[in-house]
Design a protein. Sequence first.
Length: 114
Amino acid sequence: MDEHKKHHHDDEHECTCGCGCDCHDEDEMVEYDTVNITFEDDKESECAVLDHFAIGEKEYMVLLPLDDNEEELVYIYRYTDDGDGAFTLDVIEDEDELDEVCDKFEERAELDEE
């Protein structure tokens, strides 16, 4: 995985880095690992790994696409470690499982903001 920096910002800072986010303080930047994913239509997307967690014996990964993501959508996948640094991401087709994973991610995101 590659590393990528994402900004956390507020309106009290003036942007000097050219990103337009009104944040230029290195102390407020958070580093994220990144992964490249390929969709069924062969379209590729670089994504920041926002979170990786387990529910029971299953693991999940939440990804934020870094390109063309004006709506700030995230992708949520079931994660399987294949060993030697390789892993598989699977679509969560069960609606109840997806609801549980979304709830857990939102809960964890709220805790991170505190």
